[in-house]
Design a protein around this ligand. Structure first.
Ligand code: ZN
Ligand code: ZN
Ligand code: ZN
Length: 135
């Protein structure tokens, strides 16, 4: 097999498209069901691979949920940013966190670390999900 060959291009396009139409972070499995429901014959392994490719290419953000699940999202910011994610409905807010940037640089420098990078994502319940539903 030729690495980097343009095989599976339509699958990757389909995954990219489905991801951009989704608001929050989704797992490969959830995105796979969306595609299957839309009539696509795409396989789960292909969805995994396409998502990993998109994340590597910087076209998708990826993170790990507190349950250890890999989640993906096509974010509107391409620069460094953080996320607030509702663990109930998946609502995602892209946030900047200047205090975190300063703290990460500082604590790294204190220990003699250079080229420090960090991943900070906050999981919780959004306002709508925090409101108890009336009975
Ligand atoms: Zn993002
Ligand atoms: Zn929510
Ligand atoms: Zn940051």
């Amino acid at each position: 097999m030729t690495p980097g060959a343009k095989r599976n291009t339509w699958q990757r396009e389909a995954v990219r498209d489905a991801l951009s139409r989704n608001d929050g972070f989704v797992s490969a499995q959830a995105l796979h069901s969306v595609l299957r429901d839309g009539g696509s014959p795409i396989g789960l392994a292909t969805v995994y691979r396409a998502l990993a490719d998109l994340a590597t290419a910087g076209e998708a953000d990826s993170l790990q949920s507190p349950d250890g699940e890999n989640l993906f999202r096509a974010c509107s910011s391409s620069g460094h940013h953080h996320h607030l994610i509702c663990r109930s409905c998946g609502l995602t807010v892209e946030i900047e966190a200047h205090a975190v940037e300063a703290w990460a640089q500082e604590v790294a420098a204190e220990h003699g670390f250079t080229r420090a990078q960090h991943v900070v994502d906050v999981f919780g319940l959004c306002a709508a999900c925090s409101t108890p539903s009336p009975h």
